[in-house]
Design a protein around this ligand. Sequence first.
Ligand code: FAD
Length: 405
Amino acid sequence: DVDVLIVGAGHAGAACAIALRQGKFDGTILVIGAEPELPYERPPLSKEYLAGDKPFERLLIRPAGFWAERDVAFRLGTRVTAIDGSAHSVTTDAGDTIGYRHLVWATGGAPRRLTCDGHDLTGVHTVRDRADADRMMAELPRVEHVVVIGGGYIGLEAAAVLAKFGKKVVLLEALDRVLARVAGEPLSRFFEAEHRAHGVEVRLGAAVDCILGEDRVTGVRLSDGEVLRADMVIVGIGIVPAVEPLLAAGAEGGNGVAVDGQCRTSLPDIFAIGDCALHANRFAGGASIRVESVQNANDQAAVAAKAILGQPVAYEAVPWFWSNQYDIKLQTVGLSIGYDLAVVRGDTASRSFTVAYLKQGRVIALDCVNAVKDYVQGRKLVTEGNSVDVARLADPAVPLKELAG
Ligand code: FAD
């Protein structure tokens, strides 16, 4: 038996092992991961790595020696397929049964796939792991026309990289604006305009009928019959949390596995953290959500580690996120879910501005575009949920730190 068994060697799993050793945990730690690599940073897969600007070695969260020194063991290329909560053991696809004292489920999610005809043709890609990015990069020299399906952050980032490579990119979004689920209209329109200015054809309200091709993709047919030429299709339509074995073992959940404020699932000694964990988030007004970000993975990992160390703390970390597209650096703090007012601070045409989201007069989130100062100074507004004077908030000459407290 191992003392702590971590399933998933991604951001959250790695951070949990690190936090345990930092907290002087001296029991055995085993990390089981489906991918062949040691834990690495996922965000560059649609940014610097895809662009060829950062080699894989620089994506590793820690070098191999770090794990060896701290006695964190890995079993990679291995998937946990079943959990027996009462026996405190898991089964892997290699046929092993491994007992645990504490289990930390940190499996993230699998990219949501299209279900239409042609969805599995060669040349149709999702971007979740290194293998996905490597497959795309290997094809790129032969690719001229790219269709990106989904105007979320990953789709937009991939479109930016490919447009910079000189590919002809069409981006399809089903809703009437990009980033509709995560940002307010001013930010959506800004990114839409930036992509158009870089030669990306952005199509809103677009519905895909099917993917065309014989052995590899040649096009995308829209529901109105129009056919777009495509040598490559990138599908960025979200993830499905990888929680099946846990739910099958009786854990509560649905779109993710339900956890309490200490990241405990409804099953004894089983925690869940990161993209797969459905939790009541203070910054979403207590609503039960999953947060897909490095921040959430790291901070929930620390919370689970604390609980295992017998020093329980509640998960209350302020959410933050970033996205890089072209020369635009977006930094987000807070969650804009349920906002009733979006205030633009500064001029979007200047390409440096902030969108502030308010709910009942309180600042709940900021999207800072090339505006590091607002991001740094505005965190406090979001953390404390300050009520602010909207006219002063909208005035970029008033530093955000003057509005706090
Ligand atoms: P993951 O990092 O996905 O790790 C889960 C691991 O578990 C995977 O390796 C998976 O293969 C493995 N696994 C799954 N099931 C099993 C099983 N049954 N047995 C064993 N192993 C299993 N976040 C940001 O904050 N900023 C960004 O700019 C940003 N950009 C992103 C760009 C891309 C292309 C992607 C894909 C994500 C991005 N994210 C970004 C999100 C961020 O990477 C995730 O929120 C983070 O990786 C979540 O960590 P996790 O440990 O929960 O899941």
